[in-house]
Design a protein around this ligand. Structure first.
Ligand code: FES
Length: 366
């Protein structure tokens, strides 16, 4: 077994709460949401930000749920900035007034990432389960622009909105976004419960690849487009989280520290908590973070693969969910598995089906 060199992390994702006014059926929070009464305090978060900076982290993304559900959001942003971190706020924009936005900017918010469900008001309502959510987001984006805070639009894509991708790209330009994330749903947690409704067709997926490629070329220099393709139609796995325990760490609302959003589905691992240990000890020494570093955990087909430094073995949570073995080759990988393995589990959707709210399992607000 080769000695694993552990790089310092670059990014901290601070999930300060799982509470959210929206109820998106692809929410990246786990299906067992953390309750408000177990959230760590403002002081705890201040210590986490300072420890993260000492560890080498350069950027914190303050996320949720909806981070604005925390009354102390301004203090959290100030604490992150005081720790010399670049502060990215990931928000739905719902629940933030202009006055509150002013406070966040004054406290040190460097960048805002706004989630967008759809360019169509009914489509946005269907996904968010909130009336006028699109209109409220458009107001919020305008306020961000008026304050000259750099804006990224994060559009989560699925079967019900993929056909409107060209309009979404147009809207991102109109809103003055510098960056657009076209992120296809990852089918874990809540999204796995809603796979039947959300999974795009192969034809939609291929068209999306083409639209993104053309837009990247024509908008070069005006809008940076990040793209997460539909995993299930890909030939090779994505480098989930840029590799387990390589670049980023997530601190959940109750202080537990995770290598990825779905790590708690890996029941054979126990995840450390910032209430008990320093982030440095957790990053370098915890068995959870070391579980899938390097290549000694990999099956032979991955260990000898020339792509292992590109995808780092793919997604452990997907391997567990589909194959029942978190150490198996990512089920997406066409070198390791027949591709029907992934598609067969999808009960692939029919194009043109109209989804209704009754067909959707919404995440609760808290
Ligand atoms: Fe956990 Fe990919 S979501 S490793």
């Amino acid at each position: 077994m080769s000695q694993v060199t552990i790089p310092a992390p670059q990014v901290l994702l601070a999930e300060v709460t799982h509470r959210c006014p929206l109820q998106c059926p692809y929410c990246s929070n786990p299906t067992e949401l953390i309750k408000k009464d177990t959230e760590i305090s403002t002081t705890d978060w201040g210590r986490v930000f300072a420890e993260a900076a000492d560890l080498g982290v350069l950027q914190v993304s303050i996320s949720g749920g909806e981070p604005a559900a925390r009354r102390d959001l301004t203090e959290l942003i100030r604490a992150a900035r005081d720790a010399d971190l670049y502060v990215n706020l990931i928000t739905s924009g719902i629940g933030l007034t202009q006055g509150r936005l002013d406070d966040l900017v004054e406290a040190g918010c460097d960048h805002i990432q706004l989630s967008l469900q759809d360019v169509d008001s009914d489509g946005a309502k269907l996904i968010s389960n909130m009336d006028k959510s699109l209109e409220r987001k458009l107001d919020f984006a305008r306020w961000v622009r008026e304050r000259s805070v750099p804006l990224t639009v994060n559009a989560v894509m699925h079967r019900l909105n993929l056909d409107r991708l060209p309009e979404i790209i147009e809207l991102a330009l109109e809103l003055g976004a510098r960056r657009l994330e076209v992120a296809n749903v990852q089918y874990h947690g809540w999204a796995a419960l809603n796979k039947q409704v959300l999974m795009p067709t192969q034809e939609q997926s291929s068209r999306t690849n083409q639209i993104v490629a053309e837009a990247r070329e024509s908008l070069n220099g005006r809008l940076l487009i990040d793209y997460v393709p539909v995993d299930h139609y890909a030939e090779y796995p994505k480098s989930c989280m840029n590799g387990w325990g390589r670049v980023a760490l997530i601190v959940a609302p109750d202080g537990s520290v995770l290598p990825c959003h779905n790590a708690t589905t890996l029941k054979h691992l126990s995840f450390p908590n910032v209430r008990d240990q320093s982030l440095t000890a957790i990053w370098y020494e915890s068995s959870a973070f070391n579980a899938y570093r390097g290549d000694s955990w990999m099956p032979e087909i991955c260990r000898s693969c020339d792509r292992k430094e590109i995808d780092f073995g793919g997604c452990r949570c997907q391997a567990l969910a589909i194959l029942g073995d978190a150490s198996a080759a990512d089920p997406v990988c066409s070198r390791a598995h027949p591709h029907s393995l992934v598609i067969a589990t999808d009960e692939s959707p029919q194009a043109g089906e109209v989804a209704t709210s009754e067909q959707i399992t919404y995440r609760p607000n808290s």
